[in-house]
Design a protein around this ligand. Structure first.
Ligand code: ADP
Ligand code: ZN
Length: 721
């Protein structure tokens, strides 16, 4: 009799043992359906020695019901799942679930019916149908997805099907993707690019684990260099994963990829339609998808023959997931390459200190592209001291910056203003009584969004229309906006330069690949003069006519004093500065600040990256912060404040007393109320060599909490709120 152990997805259950029926093929990694009481559950066959459970006698084993028609998860992925669960102190089932990220794909291929507009022009239309007709131009999807796209009920769309306005299309789930051709259009690389590319090609051909740090200034052509690694993988019939920090920003990448390889890569992100997701997952698992570009969730996809992983903009903090399994996709990507036995390329113009340290220690091979491609120069960066040259009252752009904007407009060149704040104003208060609009679920202010007429919480999504009167004192027309967001800056530009075409670019306005494409096309066509944007516009874009970058408030990121505030500010400003002067015309950057003497700002203005990194390295060494020491956070939360506090005290009270481990707290988290939950946190600082995860596991294991309490563990935290 064959018996197997299953990893199952029900949090309350441990691993379960089953019998394999004679006719069924089940090996480690197989995805199967098993009976549990009267129900059926999904499981993955796992090596029993790696998944301890209490033995059930043979006679009591129930048979598996079905092995699903997908390839077994391969050993490197199984080891990666185990490693991730272990390192981030997360339930293994929660990690494994990220690999089975399309439930429908597990059920096999076949066909689905999608619908699209038939082109029929009706004589009379209900307003709902008219709106749907408008919204669905060029779309094809299932009824449910179309209903969501058009914001109408499925009933309305079914009516349109019956009236012949929408027509069915039968789609084969497993239809192949267009093949990328490594020789479609060969580039002419400069010598630095050539030597980096040469190393990538060798490493891909050698098919062994080799981590690279591709450190090249903005506009140096890092993408072209790692494309040659991709080409080598394609020639060797191996798959490639390219991780991007934000998938809405990949437009430029997709176009360049298609120009180089003659076909688009397979795209993976959370807003894929379910049928696309199913198709992509299956193509990846069967080895038919050659190159996959995705956000961090693509990291756990079940590649059949992975030959290269690229992490683009590897310094980006959005690679760190801050809820659920709190992993850092950059670090897990390197681990995956290790298990798969393939190279990993971390590409960045502003590498994380951790990555530079790994290069220095000889763990990563560092490849440099010190110059911009094609003779373009790095922009000239200056600071503008707001204490000496303040903006006019009620304004945010100081006169010298306004002059530069006007100059660019006159010359027909483009400008970019960077402010990392969505909406119109970060705080709204009542002029009469001082009432401040706060989120009822979070300890955070509501942010006014004028374009969409709402006050919104950026933490929980709570929204309310701006009221006519103050909710506290009842006074009408008394609300004042405090501080600027990008919308307010855009208004200011429109006032000062009435002829300028201004675009606001944030995750509110450019929130899909389609919208990103429209934005890029508009800028390229010269239809936009001034872009006002958040960190969303700091990277990835290449606009040759953009010659001026203004940083509206360089001090913003330095407030709050979290561990990486200086590094993040450096990275953001260096990146956004890197958007200027990428074509033939030179670029100029003006940084508005009240602290031009701060180490970060002066290093930026002097173009002295090494000065910044060495000062920051020393500060981190002093503080025992990463990469010299380790941090972890324990977040205790509950809807009941007293319950959260008591639980946090219990955690604090049983903290281990170890020589190299410092436990801070518990203290109310800076965001002490988040989505209706009261939060306390403990910070743990330890030496680099400490087995911090084991210590935390042993510490928390014996503790029992009321059912309403959640205890989250964040290893190598990025967020300190
Ligand atoms: P980075 O990603 O390093 O900021 P990019 O890869 O965006 O830089 O390159 C900057 C610009 O130079 C892009 O428009 C790119 O197409 C162009 N470029 C880089 N290398 C080459 C090359 N070898 N041949 C032609 N164009 C190149
Ligand atoms: Zn909120």
């Amino acid at each position: 009799m064959r018996r197997v152990r299953l990893l199952v997805f029900n949090a309350a259950l441990g691993p379960l043992d089953y019998r394999v029926p004679e006719s069924m093929a089940a090996e480690p990694g197989s995805v199967v359906i098993a009976p549990l009481g009267p129900r059926q559950i999904l499981g993955i066959v796992w090596e029993p020695e790696r998944l301890p459970a209490s033995e059930v006698p043979d006679a009591r084993l129930r048979p598996l019901l079905e092995a699903l028609p997908v390839p077994p998860l391969r050993e490197p992925l199984r080891r990666l799942i185990e490693w991730t669960a272990d390192y981030y102190v997360a339930p293994i089932a929660a990690v494994a679930r990220m690999a089975l990220s399309s439930g429908a794909a597990l059920r096999g291929g076949g066909t689905v019916t999608e619908y699209r507009l038939s082109g029929e022009e009706p004589e009379r239309l209900t307003p709902q149908r008219a709106a749907a007709l408008d919204a669905l131009q060029g779309e094809q999807a299932t009824i449910r997805e179309l209903a969501e796209l058009a914001s109408v009920s499925e009933g309305v769309l079914r009516g349109m099907v019956n009236a012949g306005l929408l027509e069915p299309v039968t789609v084969d789930i497993d239809r192949p993707y267009r093949h990328a051709d490594p020789d479609h259009s060969l580039p002419d690389l400069n010598p630095d690019q050539q030597s980096a590319a040469g190393r990538f090609v060798e490493a891909v051909q050698a098919a062994v684990f080799s981590p690279f740090l591709l450190d090249g200034v903005t506009g140096s052509g890092k993408t072209e260099a790692y494309f040659e690694g991709i080409a080598a993988a394609l020639r060797g019939d191996r798959q490639v994963l390219v991780l991007m920090p934000e998938i809405a920003l990949t437009e430029n990448f997709l176009a360049r990829f298609a120009a180089r390889f003659g076909a688009a890569p397979v795209v993976w992100h959370s807003s894929l339609k379910s049928t696309e997701r199913r198709r992509a997952w299956r193509a990846i698992a069967f080895g038919d998808a050659q190159v996959v570009v995705g956000a961090r969730s693509a990291l756990f996809l079940p590649f059949a023959r992975l030959g290269l992983i690229v992490v683009d903009e590897a310094h980006e903090v959005s690679f760190k997931q801050d809820d659920g399994v709190r992993y850092n996709a950059r670090d897990v990507a390197v681990m995956r390459a290790r298990f798969e036995g393939c190279p990993a390329i971390l590409a960045s113009a502003t590498p994380a200190l951790e990555s530079l340290q790994m290069a220095e220690a000889g763990v990563y091979e560092k490849l440099d592209l010190p110059d911009r491609f094609g003779g373009a120069h790095l922009p000239n960066i200056r600071t503008l001291d707001l204490r000496e040259t303040p903006p006019e009252r009620g304004r945010w752009l100081a006169p010298p910056l306004v002059e530069l904007l006007r100059d660019r407009l006159d010359k027909g060149e483009q400008s970019l203003l960077f402010l990392n704040r969505r909406g119109y104003a970060p705080l709204t208060l009542c002029r009469n009584c001082g009432y401040r609009f706060q989120c009822p679920n979070c300890s955070a202010w509501l942010v006014e969004h004028r374009l969409s007429r709402r006050l919104a919480c950026h933490h929980c999504g709570h929204e309310t229309p701006p009221p006519e009167t103050c909710p506290e004192c009842g006074e009408p027309d008394c609300l004042v906006a405090c501080g600027p967001g990008v919308e307010r800056i855009a208004d200011e530009v429109a006032e000062i330069l009435p002829d300028a075409q201004v675009a606001v670019v944030t995750s509110d306005t450019v929130n899909s690949p389609g919208r990103a494409a429209v934005f890029v096309a508009q800028v390229e066509a010269g239809a936009i003069d001034v872009i006002v944007g958040t960190q969303l516009v700091t990277k990835g874009y290449h606009f040759p006519e953009l010659t001026l970058v203004g940083v509206v408030d360089a001090d913003l990121g330095l407030e709050g004093g979290d561990l990486r505030a200086a590094e993040r500010t450096y990275q953001q400003i260096a990146q956004v500065a890197g958007r200027a002067g990428r074509g033939e015309k030179p670029g100029e950057v003006l940084i508005q600040t009240r602290h031009p003497e701060a180490a970060v700002i002066s290093a930026l203005a002097a173009g002295d990256r090494d000065a910044f990194y060495s000062a920051e390295t020393e500060a981190r060494r002093e503080a025992g912060a990463p990469p010299f020491g380790r941090w972890a956070a324990i977040i205790v939360s509950s809807e009941d404040e007293a319950e959260a506090r008591d639980a946090a005290r219990a955690v604090g009270g049983s903290a281990p007393n170890l020589p190299d481990v410092l436990v801070l707290g518990p203290a109310p988290a800076p965001l002490s109320l988040l989505r209706g939950r009261y939060r306390y946190r403990l910070l743990i600082n330890a030496r680099r060599s400490t087995q911090l995860q084991d210590i935390i596991r042993e510490w928390l294991e014996p503790l029992r909490f009321p059912p309403g309490v959640r205890v989250g563990i964040d290893i190598d935290p990025y967020s300190f709120v």
